[in-house]
Each structure stands twice: as structure tokens, then as C-alpha cells.
Design a protein around this ligand. Structure first.
Ligand code: AMP
Ligand code: MN
Ligand code: MN
Ligand code: MN
Length: 274
């Protein structure tokens, strides 16, 4: 059986393996199709494709776009995008510029609780391309303010905690348009992770579909079996395809490539027409 992992990160965004190391790990895990879906950027794809040449592994060029929808941050994955698309790249460049402004605001907020040098600290863990909350997390851990990444996202950088900034990303319609115009399929990432009622989630899925969205991630890392079934029904109710991926960032006891539940047989996989 072919193995697919269609949601992963490298050091080009906030993952801890380089694109080459990610490809090595994917080969060890016997994966056939790996989508590299770094946040708001595509700079790791060339290296991943290069590293996978001559192996059983196909790299699916991807991206995970940050979106604000109804005051909530939503992530939209693009699969099989053309990384050279100028509309997509203009949009992603703008998001990464915004990230640098946000990083300054995060650092200012941390300074108010006596944590100095966070911007420089976070940048030491980031690539030249993109800075995100995980890089602040690495700094906070190294500086002894938090014990691990879980602790970071419990005590810092989230609502009502030091270092929180309400983010303003791109719109859902824009994100889907960039992906579709780059020849890709748009996918709602980890839909069970958003704090919203099921009514609101259905509204999100309906709008996403109206804008040209193709699929939802029915199976993601850290998901309970009943959640997979609920997401499978959601995909089928709206006539959407089903994707799956680990949302891999780093190897740990609970996180690895290919670590998610298989798609139920009731759904149509996003790769059906590939
Ligand atoms: P950003 O896009 O910079 O706001 O950061 C979002 C990223 O933070 C996600 O893609 C995850 O990598 C990470 N993240 C968010 N919440 C958590 C959490 N509770 N535990 C660990 N990592 C998290
Ligand atoms: Mn991330
Ligand atoms: Mn995400
Ligand atoms: Mn992700």
C-alpha cells in the first residue's frame, strides 16, 4: 500500500529537520508521497525535491497559508502548487513581512514581563525566511522560562498570556485563490483543532467550498478516532475530498512522520485524481 503524508514542516518554517533530513526520515518511514507544507513559504521545496531524486519518494510541492476567518486563525494547506506562481509568492511574501512586524510586537510584549532580547533570541532559531511563535518558543526554553514547547504554548504566546499578539493574516478567499491559481488543491488543515462550534465549522467548510476549496484534512496528528469519523462525514456531507498528514514538526514520543490514523474507506482521497 502506498503511504502518504501530506502535511509536514522543515527548517524553512518552524520544523526542526532540514528539507534533506526530512526526506531521509520519510524514506526510513517508507513513505511514497510527502508534501512539504511549510508555513507561508515554499523555499524548502527545491532542496526536498533534489534530495528525493532517484528514491521511491515523490515530493508534493505544498504550503500552509495562515488565514484569519471570523476572528479565528485558520490554516489552509495547498497541495501540488506551482512554487513559482507569482501571485502565490507575492501573497506569501506579504505574510512573511507581516510575521516580522508581529515578531517585534511579541518581543515588546515579552519585554513588559521582564523577558529581554526575545526578538534576537527567536531569530537565532529561525531561518532567514520566516519567524514564528515556535522560534520564540525555542528561545523561551533555552532562556529557562519554559520547560518544553507544550509549556510555552500553555504559559506564553497565547491569548491572555505574556507575548500574545492577536494576528491578522490573509482572508480565506485570498488563500484559496492563491492556491487554485497556482494549480493546487486547497485543503482545510487540522479542522478539529480550531475552537469553534460544529455549526460555525460547517459555515467555514461551506464558504471554503464556495471559494473553490477541494478537501479537508480528515486525519491529522494527535487526533482521536471519533474525530476522524466526524471529519470524514463532514467531507462527505460537503462533497469534499479527504487529505491526511502528520503536521510533522519534530520527532518526539508523540510526533513523527506518518503518525496519524488511516483514512476511512468512506471518503475519497485527495490523491484520487493524481
Ligand atoms: P505561528 O504561525 O507563528 O503563529 O505559530 C503557529 C505554530 O505554533 C503551529 O504551526 C505549531 O507549530 C505551533 N503551535 C501552536 N500551538 C502549539 C501547541 N499547543 N504546542 C506546540 N506547538 C504549537
Ligand atoms: Mn508550525
Ligand atoms: Mn497548522
Ligand atoms: Mn502545519
Amino acid at each position: 500500500m502506498l503511504q502518504y503524508d501530506l502535511h509536514t514542516h522543515s527548517t524553512s518554517s518552524d520544523g526542526s529537520l532540514s528539507p534533506e533530513q526530512l526526506v531521509q526520515r520519510a524514506l526510513e518511514k517508507n513513505i511514497h508521497y510527502l508534501a512539504l507544507t511549510d508555513h507561508d513559504g515554499t523555499s524548502g521545496i527545491t532542496q526536498a525535491v533534489e534530495a528525493a531524486k532517484g528514491t521511491q519518494l515523490s515530493i508534493i510541492p505544498g504550503v500552509e497559508v495562515s488565514v484569519t476567518w471570523a476572528n479565528t486563525t485558520i490554516h489552509i494547506v495547498g497541495l501540488n502548487i506551482d512554487p513559482e506562481s507569482s501571485q502565490l509568492n507575492d501573497g506569501l511574501n506579504e505574510l512573511r513581512r507581516y510575521r516580522y512586524n508581529r515578531a517585534e510586537s511579541i518581543a515588546n510584549k515579552l519585554e513588559k514581563v521582564g523577558i529581554l532580547g526575545a526578538l534576537e533570541g527567536a531569530k537565532q532559531f529561525a531561518s532567514d525566511e520566516l519567524v514564528g511563535r515556535v522560534h520564540f518558543g525555542h528561545f523561551l526554553i533555552e532562556a529557562g522560562h519554559a520547560k518544553d514547547m507544550r509549556d510555552v504554548f500553555k504559559r506564553f504566546l497565547v491569548k491572555n498570556k505574556p507575548g500574545y499578539v492577536q494576528s491578522e493574516w490573509t482572508s480565506l478567499q485570498q488563500a484559496v485563490e492563491w492556491i487554485v491559481n497556482a494549480g493546487g488543491q486547497a485543503v482545510i488543515a487540522h479542522p478539529t483543532r480550531y475552537k469553534m462550534t460544529s455549526t460555525k465549522r460547517r459555515k467555514l467548510v461551506q464558504q471554503f467550498k464556495d471559494y473553490g476549496g477541494a478537501a479537508i484534512e480528515v486525519s491529522s496528528g494527535w487526533q482521536a478516532p471519533n474525530e476522524v469519523d466526524v471529519m470524514a462525514k463532514l467531507a462527505n456531507d460537503f462533497g469534499l475530498l479527504a487529505s491526511c498528514g502528520s503536521d510533522f514538526h519534530a520527532v518526539s514520543d508523540w510526533s513523527d512522520l506518518a503518525l496519524f490514523r488511516p483514512l476511512p474507506s468512506s471518503v475519497t482521497p485527495v490523491w484520487e485524481a493524481w
